[in-house]
Design a protein. Sequence first.
Length: 164
Amino acid sequence: MAWLTAAGRPGQWGTEPWSTRPGGEARVESAIRGGYARLAEIDGAPAGGCVFSGTPSAYIDPVDEPELFINLLVTDRRFVGAGVGAALIADARREAASRGIDLIRVDCYGGDDGALIRQYRSLGFTPVTPFTVERPDQPPWPGQLLAMRLNSGRSGTPGDHPAS
């Protein structure tokens, strides 16, 4: 949070750590309990984490095929350039392939300069559709849904849209 705020991107996750927000820890715990969590370490230090499941975020419509949905992906800024995010995405790809799943989707913050969308593109995702999450007592949150197909023989991206 501190890095995002200092970089002028408070719209992504706000300015307050999740651990200090009402319900913040419960939301992360719920994501972990509802999916599969992977942690990345560098020299014994936590460097990042990924939580995925077969269920998209509440504001994203499900698709009519099996999918691996990345519900949470975070990396520690101390390890920028070490490939932590790429390693976690590679792990998600292996997991999807081992389950016979062809589709991986993720949603992310789509505001500001689009840096997060570019990062996911560099990891092999294709933007599907932008969306907006309306939030009570807060500005709307701009998002972007992205997808990755593992089977290169299949064309196109899923034609879904965020839930209204």
